[in-house]
Design a protein around this ligand. Structure first.
Ligand SMILES: Cc1cc2nc3c(=O)[nH]c(=O)nc-3n(C[C@H](O)[C@H](O)[C@H](O)COP(=O)(O)O)c2cc1C
Length: 210
């Protein structure tokens, strides 16, 4: 089965569900995955440091390796691919290549680049800042990935249910990166369960807490 292909973002926002059952016969090509990840990489990030790396678990062999680490969740092996979203703990190192492009293009004065890099490196003296920024920004990319997938007629499920330590060991993740979440992607075999939300009155505070 396929869920509907939304025509616009608002529809994607309303129709996205965490899909747990996938059509195992539907294979996403590397090209399709690259298209999805290119849209994902357009997410905003602090200082435009793009604090993310995507480890695409695509082969059956690697999915089988991931299955017990994700506590046997079947979407790992049934979906077309599982994307491990990693946060970059050393995203300050991205400033130089990113801002150099800006200077070369005439969009960023050299002295602004130098000031920004100084500011960033000062902030990254704190491991807590590095970790918060890695998780915050990679989480934005995760949401972007799920919505981009929906607009491409694909379904996803975010997963925090995996053993991070075992994942890092089994997939030889360099120390620079922290696993943020796994996201399965593919074609639904069964729609995600309807899920309720608090009414807007319950999630909003206007101006101040009383
Ligand atoms: C950070 C995060 C971790 C999650 N971990 C899991 C998981 O390990 N397994 C799972 O089946 N669903 C997981 N979910 C999906 C949630 O259960 C789901 O988003 C929630 O019930 C709302 O349903 P909906 O996404 O269909 O609207 C996770 C969602 C988030 C955002």
């Amino acid at each position: 089965m396929s869920t509907s292909v939304p025509q616009d973002l608002q529809t994607a926002l309303r129709e996205r569900r965490s899909v747990k059952q996938y059509d195992p016969g539907y294979q996403m090509s590397k090209e399709e995955l690259k298209e999805l990840l290119e849209l994902t990489g357009r997410a905003p990030s602090s200082w435009n440091l793009q604090h993310w790396k995507f480890l695409v678990v695509h082969s059956d062999e690697q999915k089988q390796k991931l299955l017990p680490i994700a506590y046997g969740q079947q979407q790992i092996v049934q979906s077309s691919a599982v994307i491990a979203v990693l946060g970059d703990l050393e995203a300050n190192l991205n400033a130089e290549p990113i801002y150099s492009e800006g200077v070369k293009a005439g969009a960023l004065p050299q002295e602004v680049k130098d000031a920004l890099i100084g500011q960033i490196n000062a902030a990254y003296q704190s491991p807590q800042v590095a970790r918060d920024e890695a998780i915050r920004n990679a989480s934005l990319a995760s949401m972007q990935l799920m919505l981009a997938a929906k607009t491409m007629g694909l379904d996803t499920c975010p997963m925090g249910g995996f053993d991070q330590k075992k994942f890092v060991e089994a997939f030889e993740v360099p120390e620079r990166y922290i696993p943020v979440m796994l996201i399965s992607v593919g074609k639904a075999a069964k729609p995600g369960r309807p899920s309720g939300r608090f009414p807007v009155e319950e999630i909003v505070v206007w101006d101040r807490f009383e």
